[in-house]
Ligand binder design. Structure first.
Ligand SMILES: NC(=O)c1ccc[n+]([C@@H]2O[C@H](COP(=O)([O-])OP(=O)(O)OC[C@H]3O[C@@H](n4cnc5c(N)ncnc54)[C@H](OP(=O)(O)O)[C@@H]3O)[C@@H](O)[C@H]2O)c1
Length: 243
């Protein structure tokens, strides 16, 4: 059984809803402390109200794209406030289904900022040995789109493929510091991000129905725990066998 103690502190981005919220709640239930990061402070307070051990949830509201180059310093500041981190689940992200004819450079850049550059620069901060415990673990939520892109995902699929490949590269670089780095790539999960269009496309595709946030959170928390101490540089697809 996976168990943490409150001295094991994890950064969870995107903790205000969906997959990030589920990861934060599960880590908390299993005894860990969570620094919950997202823009909507009210939703982070709601997260704390739902938590089994609310005093172990620390709220940090922030737009992770407002100054991406400053993110390593942000991680350092969080470490000075809370202590060395046991790891991070980077669950913040954005995505829309859009055909190439509507491609807009600014919107593409914005999507790359939150889905790709923000996790890279948060990891740069965490990778500094002064900021993490030995045997720490990082999990980034990528997407099935990063491996099996479908129409309308020209930008989103690019952000997630780039993330998966970069995490693969840095996993080797960071193993000497004791950090494990993995991705989890879900397909359709019932969250605010799963639009009606996606659900229509998914009709009949998933033998066990559309995924639930806990289906992803269980895998993420396993990878963050020492039960996964021999697992790094992987991308785990959770797609109900659909792709
Ligand atoms: N749902 C799916 O079907 C699915 C499938 C594959 C992959 N994914 C991936 O899973 C991850 C989580 O998505 P979700 O489905 O849980 O969607 P969600 O419920 O919409 O959650 C997205 C989270 O990202 C945070 N976020 C977005 N922009 C941010 C920013 N600039 N700064 C800080 N936080 C920001 C949001 O918080 P605030 O708005 O409060 O900032 C929210 O907590 C994403 O990377 C997504 O690409 C989802």
């Amino acid at each position: 059984m996976i168990q943490f103690d409150k001295s094991q502190i994890f950064i969870v981005t995107g903790a205000s809803s969906g997959i990030g919220e589920a990861v934060a709640l599960l880590l908390n239930k299993l005894g860990a402390s969570v620094v919950a990061v997202a823009r909507r402070e009210n939703k982070l307070h709601e997260l704390r109200e739902k938590a089994e051990i609310p005093e172990n949830i620390y709220i940090e509201h922030k737009d992770l794209t407002e100054d991406i180059e400053e993110l390593p310093a942000y991680v350092k500041a969080l470490r000075e406030k809370y202590g060395k981190f046991q790891g991070m689940a980077f669950c913040a992200g954005a995505g829309v289904l859009e055909p190439l004819r509507l491609a807009n450079y600014e919107a593409y850049q914005a999507m790359f900022n939150i889905n790709y550059f923000a996790p890279i620069f948060m990891l740069k901060g965490l990778a500094d040995k002064r900021n993490h415990q030995p045997n720490a673990s990082v999990v980034c939520i990528a997407s099935i789109a990063g491996v099996h892109p479908t129409p309308g995902q020209s930008c989103y699929a690019g952000t997630k493929a780039a993330l998966i490949n970069s995490m693969h590269a840095v996993a080797d670089e960071l193993s000497s510091t004791g950090l494990r780095v993995n991705c989890v790539s879900p397909s359709l999960i019932e969250t605010a991000m799963a639009g009606e269009l996606e659900k229509q496309y998914a009709e009949g595709k998933y033998p066990f129905g559309i995924g639930h946030v806990d289906d992803v959170a269980n895998m993420v928390v396993f990878l963050l725990s020492d039960k996964a101490k021999w697992i790094t540089k992987q991308n785990y697809i959770i797609d109900c066998g659909a792709f």
